[in-house]
Design a protein around this ligand. Structure first.
Ligand SMILES: C[S@@+](CC[C@H](N)C(=O)[O-])C[C@H]1O[C@@H](n2cnc3c(N)ncnc32)[C@H](O)[C@@H]1O
Length: 420
């Protein structure tokens, strides 16, 4: 009988170097995913599959004994899980993201002190509007045809509501309503997010936009009533983690999750929502060039030579894969260069003795597993950090090109210390 292998055990049994830092922590398995957020008020206002969950942040703050007067940073804040979780516990927090959609969603989730009476009135006003034509147009995102992505009715209705919402004077209420609209775009479309890409699919029963929006806004309103106010302050800014506009030694702690090395292009995956939020295609194209490089579109040339033994070995392995496209080694190298610059920048803004927690996933290619966690631990040391431990939250079997149950792939939380 074949011996049953536990991928968790197997994944931490590699010997030597930074793998000595690996610690099995399965209680974090669900929390490194967005799963818990899906049922939490406010956290679930926008489904961001790449996010982690509230309790990951709460548990790390607790486990690492972070004092309440600390200021926390998330340089890749996504839709603001770290920011909201910190604010709710009374911490101050600041976040950056290159994607305007992510910054908008984060800041709207962080808004508080609404005039609930006016908000209720506006929700019912918007929900009961009689349809009419809209003078607005969709920005074609370029990689998908808006006319195929939505029925004519859905397209018109979304633009109709957008136009009405943009006329709402109160900024906070306007943002709230616009987030409601953005959050139903995917559901109202003939598309499906599938892994890292968005696909056109035929949906049998598409609910009308008006119905989806009304229900969504009602639910969001209820959430505001359920969630207690807190005295922490948090905000998100558009920005690049490789070049943060912050003073040196001004931040006490970091909890973040950079894009994974898995070719997910956020500007495509959330392209429909982005094209509704932004009004021109040029801006969208510019964005794609700027992001961290797990995907082909991104450009950022500084040509840093990273001194990492593990990365060198990995790149040699990648080059040997028979089916490797000539761009893969370049993409992998580019990714780690970007991570080097992000770590270097983070090191500068953190105070002495500060701790940083990085949630990352390893990557599986046909004959090689890229141990992103171990490579980043090594790179972080080059930047000046001391890698303390690598909490292995989850493992799955590599399943590319029919390779099954051979190699475990880790999802980990790298804990770094800024020590001088
Ligand atoms: C894994 S997601 C973070 C999700 C977040 N933890 C949450 O719970 O919502 C990574 C984020 O990094 C952002 N990003 C990509 N390149 C960036 C860069 N150069 N600077 C800042 N953010 C970037 C992406 O837009 C994406 O929102």
């Amino acid at each position: 009988m074949p011996i049953k292998k536990d991928p968790f055990e197997l994944s931490i049994s590699t010997e030597g170097g930074y793998s000595e830092l690996l610690i099995k922590r399965p209680e974090y398995r669900e929390l490194v995913t967005f799963s818990q957020n899906k049922i939490l008020p406010i956290y679930n206002w926008f489904y961001y599959k790449e996010g982690f969950s509230r309790d990951l942040v709460w548990n790390l703050l607790n486990e690492l004994k972070i004092p309440k007067d600390s200021k926390i940073i998330d340089p890749f804040c996504g839709t603001g899980t770290t920011l909201l979780a910190c604010k709710q516990l009374g911490y101050n927090a600041i976040g950056f993201d290159i994607l305007p959609l992510a910054v908008f969603v984060s800041n709207t989730k962080l808004q508080s002190n609404y005039d609930m009476k006016i908000l209720k009135e506006k929700i019912s006003e918007i929900s009961s509007l009689k349809f009419g034509p809209s003078s607005l147009k969709w920005t074609q995102p370029g990689f998908i045809d808006i006319k195929k992505a939505f029925s004519r009715y859905a397209r018109n209705d979304i633009l109709f509501f957008k136009e009405k919402i943009l006329r709402v004077e109160d900024e906070k209420i306007r943002n709230f309503l616009l987030l409601g609209l953005l959050s139903i775009v995917s559901e109202a479309s003939n598309t499906k997010k599938d892994g890292g890409v968005i696909k056109i699919v035929k949906k049998r029963h598409l609910a009308p936009v008006r119905y989806l929006l009304k229900n969504r806004l009602k639910k969001m309103y209820k959430d505001l009533k359920r969630v207690p106010t807190s005295n922490g302050h948090a905000e998100a800014h558009p920005g690049d983690a490789r070049n943060l506009p912050l003073e040196g030694e001004s931040i006490d702690m970091c909890i973040t999750s950079p894009p994974y090395l898995n070719y997910v292009d956020y500007t495509k995956l959330y392209g429909l929502e982005l094209s509704l939020l932004l009004d021109n295609k040029k801006e969208l194209d510019e964005l794609r060039k700027k992001s961290i490089r797990p995907h082909i579109g991104a450009e950022y040339k500084r040509g840093k030579k990273i001194k990492s033994e593990k990365l060198r070995e990995t790149l040699d392995g990648v080059k040997e894969i028979p089916i490797t496209s000539s761009r893969v080694p370049q993409i992998v190298e580019g990714y780690f260069e970007d991570m080097y610059f992000s770590l270097e920048c983070l090191y500068r803004v953190l105070k002495e003795d500060a701790i940083a927690a990085f949630v990352v996933s390893n990557t599986c290619l046909p004959n090689i597993t890229i141990d992103v966690d171990l490579i980043l631990a090594e790179i972080s040391e080059q930047v000046g950090f001391k890698p303390r431990e690598i909490l292995v939250a989850n493992t799955r079997w590599c399943d590319v090109h029919g390779i099954r149950k051979e190699r475990p792939v880790r999802e980990s939380i790298i804990i770094l210390e800024k020590s001088t």
